[in-house]
Write a protein that binds this ligand. Structure first.
Ligand SMILES: Nc1ncnc2c1ncn2[C@@H]1O[C@H](COP(=O)(O)OP(=O)(O)OP(=O)(O)O)[C@@H](O)[C@H]1O
Ligand SMILES: [Mg+2]
Length: 274
């Protein structure tokens, strides 16, 4: 059952790019996507007819029980593996392989310890042979995440939050039109996490990419995203979509957020105790 709490904000598709902002947000369509893994004991169905669209520049969060198939869905969107059934497109073209326009940031920043912050961020451009012409983008990306002064530091000299910001800069240097975030703040302490939530939202607002975030944190999803999609247990299917029309910057104490939180928890099967 799909439960629309509010209208989709019409401004999203036409949101103007900030000056100096990066590429326009991707239009992602996930149509009747089912997926399974072939295991020794038989197939393991993981996604069940998932239909989801991200308008250009939209910020969507996915919530769902552990092991339901969220990361798998992200992998399909990123083009890391093909869907067993259904179709995924970016701006109308089939997603068949990874592409620098779609970047994934994981929970663990996985920086190379022997490379400076700047050299870690430069990796994507270097791999694509673009570093010489586009070196300035590395410093731009570091500035976007507020780490220009740490360009020459090594990963062991950074805090967890800073390391995750480097991972974000490494993603942003590619000019993504889609940023895929798989629990990117999951390992941070709660205060850093709150700060990073606001920073990510402001990055998204300045840069214009579409964002697809997986998180276990209901408040985080509702604070950051314009739409929160709730998935069922495996095989994941969409059980609810909550639209959050609140403008940014949002206030955590907003009663509208509390109401949406209650709604989300109910769809996650946690209503009785909350
Ligand atoms: N490469 C794989 N081969 C076989 N099974 C897999 C593979 N990747 C994931 N799975 C299985 O698919 C199911 C969904 O996994 P997935 O990582 O997508 O869940 P998730 O929703 O991201 O979970 P979590 O919230 O714990 O991160 C799990 O049962 C997992 O064991
Ligand atoms: Mg996962």
């Amino acid at each position: 059952m799909v439960n629309a709490v509010a209208e989709h904000p019409p401004s999203v598709a036409t949101r103007a790019k900030a000056p100096g902002g990066l590429g326009r947000g991707a239009h992602i369509e996930i149509r009747s996507v089912s997926h399974r893994f072939e295991l020794k004991g038989g197939p393991l169905p993981v996604l069940d007819s998932v239909d989801l669209e991200l308008k250009p520049g939209e910020f969507v969060a996915l919530l769902g029980p552990s092991g339901c198939g969220k990361s798998t869905l992200l992998r399909l969107v990123a083009g890391l593996e093909p869907a067993a059934e259904g179709r995924l497109t970016q701006d109308g073209a089939d997603i068949v392989r990874p592409d620098p326009s779609r970047v994934v940031v994981f929970q663990d920043p996985t920086l190379y310890p022997w490379r400076t912050v700047r050299a870690n961020v430069a990796l994507g451009l270097q791999a694509r042979g673009l570093l010489r012409q586009q070196r300035h983008r590395v410093d731009e990306a570091l500035a976007l995440v507020g780490l220009r002064d740490f360009a020459d530091a090594y990963p062991h000299q950074l805090s967890g939050g800073m390391a995750q910001r480097v991972a974000l800069a490494r993603a942003l240097v590619n000019d993504p039109s889609l940023l895929v975030l798989d629990e990117p703040l999951g390992k941070l302490d709660s205060l850093t996490r709150l700060t990073m939530q606001s920073e990510l939202v402001s990055l998204w607002q300045r840069s214009g990419f579409s964002a697809l975030l997986v998180t276990h944190d209901v408040e985080e999803a509702l604070f950051m995203a314009q739409r929160v999609v709730v998935l069922s247990d495996r095989p994941a299917r969409i059980v609810a979509e909550l639209h959050n029309p609140l403008p940014y910057p949002r206030h955590r104490g907003d009663p509208a957020l509390a109401a949406l939180r209650h709604e989300a928890l109910r769809h996650l099967g946690l209503d009785a105790s909350w």
